[in-house]
Design a protein around this ligand. Structure first.
Ligand SMILES: C[S@@+](CC[C@H](N)C(=O)[O-])C[C@H]1O[C@@H](n2cnc3c(N)ncnc32)[C@H](O)[C@@H]1O
Length: 199
């Protein structure tokens, strides 16, 4: 598998348990930043009636497409390009938008583009599920997350662990109401938002 992520392998089990609770069996899910496709493969193996739409930045799409083609999973649609910087999203509506470990990789403005784009493609009552580390009231939840933030910024100064409150405020402004802020293993959170009905 190209671009295999050990972290994705470790967190896929606990995330699946939350998806089981929150997603209808035939939910149409749009994944942003699918990476190697490990989450798409794991979740659709356990929940084979989902319709999972993986996406990636154009630079990563070929590796993702190659990994997914090998598996030939019916529940996974052919992966599409989604570059948050280009702001062109697949046509919805989707029942859920899922992004794992993307908010701290992209800049603050691209993170906001993710929230806006998710709100635009979700049907009323649809969910945005964001997995990753966050800061709360300006503080890291652990020393290891503070070190991770330093490591991210040394690599790309525009990246970094985001403030939960800032993400939740932008989400609310675009019509996404926070329903759950769930602590997950390895000092991560799963933020679960629900799309309000449009006026
Ligand atoms: C840390 S990886 C997470 C991959 C996967 N979701 C996982 O949990 O293993 C972050 C992902 O964000 C994607 N990404 C970075 N910039 C992006 C952009 N502008 N638009 C869409 N995806 C982007 C990267 O290609 C990468 O696959």
């Amino acid at each position: 598998m190209e671009r295999y992520s050990p972290a994705a392998e470790k967190n896929k089990g606990p995330i699946l348990e939350v998806l089981r609770e929150r997603l209808a069996p035939t939910a149409r899910v749009l994944e942003v930043g699918s990476g190697a496709g490990q989450h798409a493969l794991h979740f659709t193996e356990a929940l084979p009636t989902l319709r999972w739409q993986p996406t990636e930045h154009p630079a990563v799409l070929p590796a993702l497409a190659s990994n997914l083609a090998t598996a030939g999973r019916v529940a996974i649609l052919p992966p599409l390009v989604l570059d948050l910087a280009a702001d062109s999203w697949p046509t919805g509506p989707f029942d859920a938008v899922y992004a794992a470990n993307v908010m701290h990789i992209v800049s603050v403005s691209l993170g906001e583009a993710l929230l806006r784009g998710a709100a635009s493609v979700l049907g009323a009552g649809g969910q945005l599920l964001l997995y990753g580390p966050y800061r709360f009231e300006g503080a890291f939840t652990t020393e290891s997350n503070a070190e991770f933030d330093q490591w991210l910024k040394a690599r790309d100064p525009a990246s970094g662990v985001r403030d939960f409150e800032a993400v939740a405020a932008v989400a609310e402004a675009v019509g996404l109401v926070l329903e759950d802020n769930r602590a997950m293993p390895s000092n991560n959170q799963l933020l679960c938002f629900r799309r309000e009905a449009r006026a």
